[in-house]
Design a binder for this molecule. Sequence first.
Ligand code: NAD
Ligand code: IPM
Ligand code: MN
Length: 356
Amino acid sequence: NTERKIIIIPGDGIGKEVTNEAVKVIEHINHSSCDVVNYEYFNRDADFYLEHGYILKDSDIKSLTDGVDGILFGAIGDPRIPNMEHGRELLLKLRQSLDLYVNFRPIRAVSNCYSPLKENRVEGADMVIFRENTQGLYTQVGGSVAGVDGTQAAMDTAYYSTHSVDRIIREAFEWAVANDRRRVDLVDKANAVTNIGQLWRTRFRKISKEFNHIETGEHYIDAYCQRMVSDPRSIDVVVSSNLFGDILGDLGAGVVGGLGITPSANINPQSGIALFEPVHGSAPDIAGKGIANPVASLYSLALLYDHLRLDKWGKRITAAVDEYLQMASSHKTPDLGGEAGTSDVTEQIISLIDVS
Ligand code: NAD
Ligand code: IPM
Ligand code: MN
């Protein structure tokens, strides 16, 4: 018997709905095998924040990590808290205080029928984004300032240390080597944002020399977005800053079929602490309707099983979801052109998981 322990943070909106589906898969595997994943909920959401005025205290963090092998996250965000104060206090604080500096966002065209692109442009696309997850424009340094033109102004500071840049670049190269990838592209805006741009490019060139079988590219974010749409198959492994990685992740999702299907992992490779979540948010526009696509959450669960060193199940969940995505669109949720509900999708996927 192998036992693991995870924490589940469903969050808000469809975060709760899709996480509930992931739990059904965990339960199914727990009952069909000797690999048992025990879970505890950390139910902090917008309601909790509105009632208590906080969502995550420093003293909570121990309970999310002590004896815990991984965290499964849904999504956070609620229209009653329009400035997303609680989301930053929960998700960004977890990423920063647990130092989850790798945001791994794989984007695969499993079936070309969901892409808005012509199929010959997207078929086989397999892009992997390594998003720096702790610094950049996400450090919350800034505020209201007196503007040079006499009007009130606002400032947010983008900040990068060599240490942070090095470790995410190195992670992208090491992953590329371990996974037989050919190329790592650095994506930045070094022509306009020059100080940070120079730091990243200098470190990228230096570190790339240690990986001389891997081809490299240095690209500007604007043109790279165009390329992600017009020629996604030419993109292999990408390393980028916090904000650009965020944007490329959603753009890539759009190219292969939308936010309903793309997973992510937030990892600290040194401590082994990691949080898994769909790339999408709480989707207030469809929350409560029972039509959210659980696929992104189920692929995230597969990444979590890999992390738990139960990669047999990671592979089997991924294979089942891949097979499901290749089925006719009538079996799909509305985002993929069907009329199925959230739990119908999970039921079909569970029936495809090999439990032999
Ligand atoms: P969103 O990702 O929640 O939704 C964007 C669009 O995609 C919506 O039309 C939504 O219905 C659709 N969509 C997303 N996931 C889907 C799924 N699983 N199935 C079907 N359709 C899906 O982005 P948004 O609307 O910009 O943000 C909503 C809230 O979520 C905001 O508060 C935002 O700050 C927050 N957010 C949180 C996270 C996170 O928790 N990691 C990520 C992104 C956004
Ligand atoms: C994501 C989200 C978050 C981010 C928001 C909700 C702060 O978009 O996880 O991609 O920008 O990182
Ligand atoms: Mn995002």
